[in-house]
Design a protein around this ligand. Structure first.
Ligand code: C2E
Ligand code: MG
Ligand code: MG
Ligand code: MG
Length: 280
């Protein structure tokens, strides 16, 4: 009896596995098509100088407009894209799109692009970034690259050299989701970051747990000592914004200040420029 139950369990497990595998294969095929058929979109979320409340630029965030499933957020396809290597063409597409869009902004504001650790393993990444800048005409000083701590753990030496090359042409570097990874604070001193982005989990607990304010405060102190600035991500309430300002955070980003929006909605002025370019 227990044997047959065991076998049944195995069968069910097996079927569930193959269903999952099938769904994954479908998604992978769809994603491959999506890149070819231009179903990907870049949305832009503004970030602001906390002291002057001036807008300083936008972060580029990819979305997939799936014909049947609607708008899909990156958390649902970036991991698959990373496993299959599709992140390389996808990431290059996002980078080029973001540089082209930003080059047309009349305000001279910056654009921040997220890069996957998988893209970092590609020897051509530096040339890809240079080509995106050259082809779009975006000055390198207006491009910011966001990377997560995992990039520092693997291949630290190679990545350090790559980051220094980027800095030498004027591109800025931000450490994303700070506080969620495994890297020690010493990593911060070893890599040439311009900015640290404090993960939104710390911002969320800021007004709930006293420890969060202490953590943010020490990140600000550390960043100052290293000549880096600090961005708070996921700012949703005025109360959070006010606390962050008191704590000395330099930049803020979050739903309170603006959600990620398609290019056509981030400002009539910018959209007008884009439309002129598209018509030309
Ligand atoms: P991230 O780079 O840390 O981006 C911030 C995420 O927080 C975005 O989610 C943004 O929509 C969300 N967010 C912004 N403000 C708030 C807020 O006030 N409250 C809350 N709850 N969330 C807020 P999104 O767009 O879903 O992107 C998720 C992640 O996917 C990004 O996290 C980034 O790691 C990755 N990603 C997005 N676009 C790309 C891309 O082009 N390439 C790569 N490699 N990764 C990307
Ligand atoms: Mg980011
Ligand atoms: Mg982040
Ligand atoms: Mg994140």
């Amino acid at each position: 009896r227990s044997k047959s139950a065991g076998r049944n369990c195995f069968t069910i497990y097996d079927e569930a596995m193959s269903a999952e595998l099938e769904a994954r294969n479908t998604l992978e095929g769809d994603l491959r098509d999506a890149i070819a058929r231009c179903q990907l979109e870049v949305h832009y979320q503004p970030f602001f100088d906390v002291t002057s409340t001036e807008r300083r630029g936008f972060e580029a965030l990819v979305r997939w407009r799936h014909p049947a499933r609607g708008l899909i957020r990156p958390d649902q396809f970036i991991p698959l894209a990373e496993e299959t290597g599709l992140i390389v063409p996808l990431g290059e597409w996002v980078l080029r799109r973001a540089c082209e869009d930003a080059a047309a902004w009349p305000s001279g504001e910056r654009v921040a692009v997220n890069l996957s650790p998988v893209q970092f393993k590609e020897a051509e990444l530096f040339d890809v970034i240079c080509a995106a800048l050259e082809d779009s005409g975006l000055p390198p000083e207006r491009l910011e690259i966001e990377i997560t701590e995992s990039v520092l753990l693997e291949r630290g030496v190679e990545n350090l050299a790559f980051m220094e090359r980027l800095k030498s042409i004027g591109v800025e570097l931000a450490l994303d989701d700070f506080g969620t990874g495994y890297s020690s604070l010493s990593y911060l001193t070893a890599f040439p970051f311009d900015r640290i982005k404090i993960d939104k989990s710390f911002i969320r607990s800021l007004t709930l747990r006293p420890h969060s304010a202490a953590i943010i405060s020490s990140i600000v102190t550390l960043a100052r000592g290293l000549d880096m600035s600090v961005t708070a991500e996921g700012v949703e309430t005025q109360e959070q914004f006010d606390r962050l300002k008191t704590l000395g955070v330099n930049f803020a980003q979050g739903y309170l200040l603006g959600r990620p929006q398609p290019i056509a909605q981030i400002g009539p002025e910018m959209a007008a420029v884009r439309a002129r370019l598209d018509a030309a």
